[in-house]
Design a protein around this ligand. Structure first.
Ligand code: ADQ
Length: 462
C-alpha cells in the first residue's frame, strides 16, 4: 500500500543549504509512513516559483511532493477566507468572528476541485492505495475524488472540534460540505463528542441513515471514529532529560527570579483564551497579595494568521491587558507577566516546560491541544491547569480542570496549583503521563491507517 496525504501545507521547505522537512505533528506522524511505503503529499503551493512536482529527498527519493499552485486571490478566498474566517471560528463556537462572505465558498469550491484533480492525476485507479485528507481546508475534495473513483479508499482527519449540529447548521452551505465529507470511507476526530456531533449533523441535516458509528448516504458508507492525536513521546522524553535542557531550565528560573513560575504557550489565536487567562491572573494577584513578588507568569504567543484583522485585534487586546497588569502590580525587580510575541524551537519550549511549576492551558475551545501533552511529557513535578473545553480534557481527568470563561475559577485554580502538596502533584502527573504515552503520534497514524485498510479489504472482498 502506498499513501497519498492531502493537507493544506506540504511538509518540506527551503532551507539555506537545500530542502528540509518541516517540524510539526502531522509531518512527524506521516513522514515515517511515506518513507517506508512511498507515496505522495499534496498541498498548496503559495509561491509560483516553487516546483509543482518534487521528489524528496532529491538524491534518494522516498515520496513525491505535489503542489497545487494558488494565486493570491485563491489563497485569500480559500485559506484566509473560508478556512480561517468561517470554518475555524464556527467550529470553535466563536461565531462573533464569522465572516459569511459568499465569495469565500466559491473560491473554496474551486480550490478543492484543484486539489481533487491533483490527487486523481497522482494516483492510479483501483490500486488499493489510501488517500488520507487532513483538516477543514478540504471538505469537498473527498466527494469530488469519490465521483471519479468509486473504488478508492479515502480517509479524512478533522483536527479541530466538530461543533454541535445547531451551530454547524448556521452555515448556508452546511449540507453541501457534509455531502463532500461523506465521500470518505473513514472520518476521524479527536474525541467521541465530535464524532457524535458529526453523526447528528449528517442525520438531521441530510437525513442520512445512521447505524452506530456508520453513516450511509447516497450509496456510500462512511465510518466515523475517535482517534485522539498524540505527540512524539520518546523524542520529548529524551529531550527533557538532556543535561543541557535541565541546565537551560535552571538558568531560566534564575533569570525570572521568582519562587513560582506559571507558563502559557500558544499560537496567538482568539480560540486559545490568552486574554481571558491574563484576566484570571490579574484576579489572582488582586486576591492574593502574599504572592506579589514571588510568582511570574511566562506567556509565549507565536505570531499566527497575522494578515487577518481579528488576529491583529487579539494581539492588541493581549498587549493591553499585559501592560495593565504589569503597570498595576510590578515592583522593584519583579514583573508579574513576562510576555513574548515570537516563536521558539521545540528545544527551547522543552526547557520552559521543565522549569514551570504549573502550565495554564485554557483555550476557549480546542480540538485537542498538544501543548498539553508536551508539557506533561517534559515536566517532572508541574501541575496542569486545563480548560474543560479542549479535546484533551476528555482524556485527562487528572488535570485541574477549569472553565476558561470563569476568571474567578481560574484564579482559584492557580492558587490550588501553586499550593498542591507534592504527593498529589506526583500522583496526578503520573496519571497524565500514562495516558499520553498511549496517545503517541505514531500510534495515532498507525491506528487510523489500520482501521481504513481493514475497511478497504472488506470492501474489496465484498
Ligand atoms: P493548533 O491550534 O496549532 O493545532 P496545538 O495542538 O496547541 O494547536 O499545537 C501547537 C503546536 O505548535 C505545538 O506543537 C506547540 O509546541 C507549537 N507551538 C505553540 N506555541 C509555540 C511557540 N510559541 N513557539 C514554538 N512553537 C509553538 C490544531 C488544533 C489542535 C490540535 C492540533 C493537532 O487546533 O486542537 O491539537 O491541530 O491535531
Amino acid at each position: 500500500m502506498s499513501l497519498t496525504v492531502v493537507a493544506n501545507r506540504v511538509p518540506v521547505r527551503q532551507a539555506d543549504d537545500g530542502w528540509e522537512t518541516s517540524v510539526g505533528g502531522l509531518t512527524t506522524a506521516l513522514l515515517p509512513v511515506l518513507e517506508e511505503k512511498g507515496g505522495t503529499w499534496v498541498g498548496m503551493g503559495e509561491d509560483p516559483e516553487l516546483p509543482k512536482r518534487q521528489a524528496y529527498p532529491a538524491d534518494n527519493p522516498d515520496f513525491l511532493v505535489r503542489r497545487v499552485p494558488l494565486s493570491s486571490q485563491e489563497l485569500d478566498g480559500y485559506y484566509y477566507g473560508m478556512a480561517n474566517q468561517i470554518l475555524w471560528p464556527l467550529s470553535h463556537y466563536l461565531i462573533q468572528h464569522l465572516n459569511l462572505d459568499d465569495t469565500f465558498i466559491e473560491t473554496y469550491r474551486q480550490v478543492n476541485e484543484r486539489f481533487a484533480e491533483a490527487v486523481l492525476s497522482e494516483t492510479e485507479k483501483g490500486d488499493g492505495d489510501v488517500i488520507w485528507i487532513q483538516d477543514y481546508h478540504q471538505m469537498l475534495s473527498p466527494g469530488l475524488i469519490r465521483q471519479e473513483r468509486p473504488e478508492a479508499t479515502i480517509g479524512h482527519f478533522w483536527h479541530i472540534p466538530w461543533p454541535a449540529m445547531e451551530i454547524f447548521r448556521i452555515l448556508p452551505w452546511s449540507r453541501e460540505l457534509l455531502r463532500g465529507m461523506l465521500g470518505c470511507d473513514l472520518i476521524g476526530f479527536h474525541v467521541q463528542e465530535y464524532v457524535d456531533n458529526f453523526i447528528e449533523s449528517a442525520d438531521v441535516l441530510l437525513g442520512a441513515e445512521v447505524d452506530g458509528q456508520r453513516v450511509r448516504y447516497d450509496g456510500q458508507e462512511t465510518r466515523v471514529e475517535a482517534h485522539p492525536i498524540g505527540i512524539d513521546v520518546n523524542r520529548f522524553k529524551e529531550m527533557s532529560r538532556d543535561a543541557s535542557i535541565i541546565q537551560e531550565a535552571q538558568k531560566f528560573r534564575e533569570r525570572l527570579g521568582s519562587d513560582h513560575i506559571v507558563i502559557g504557550i500558544d499560537r496567538l489565536d482568539y480560540t486559545k483564551g490568552i486574554r481571558a487567562r491574563m484576566l484570571a491572573f490579574e484576579a489572582f494577584l488582586e486576591e492574593n497579595p502574599e504572592y506579589h513578588g514571588n510568582v511570574s507568569f511566562f506567556q509565549i504567543a507565536t505570531p499566527s494568521r497575522t494578515e487577518l484583522e481579528s488576529y491583529q485585534q487579539i494581539r492588541r487586546e493581549v498587549d493591553e491587558v499585559v501592560g495593565r497588569i504589569n503597570g498595576r502590580f510590578a515592583r522593584d525587580s519583579w514583573v508579574p507577566v513576562n510576555y513574548r510575541y515570537r516563536t521558539y524551537t521545540q528545544y527551547e519550549l522543552c526547557a520552559f516546560y521543565r522549569a514551570a511549576d504549573a502550565a495554564l492551558i485554557t483555550p476557549l475551545r480546542d480540538g485537542m491541544n498538544v501543548v498539553t501533552q508536551e508539557f506533561v511529557t517534559a515536566s517532572q513535578d508541574g501541575v496542569l491547569v486545563l480548560s474543560e473545553l479542549t479535546g484533551a480534557a476528555y482524556l485527562l481527568p487528572e488535570a485541574v480542570q477549569v472553565n476558561p470563561y470563569d476568571h474567578g475559577g481560574v484564579a482559584d485554580a492557580i492558587r490550588t496549583a501553586l499550593e498542591m502538596p507534592t504527593g498529589e502533584r506526583e500522583e496526578r502527573l503520573a496519571g497524565l503521563k500514562d495516558t499520553i504515552e498511549t496517545l503517541d503520534v505514531h500510534n495515532w497514524a498507525g491506528n487510523f491507517l489500520d482501521s481504513i485498510r481493514e475497511d478497504g479489504r472488506v470492501k474489496r472482498d465484498a
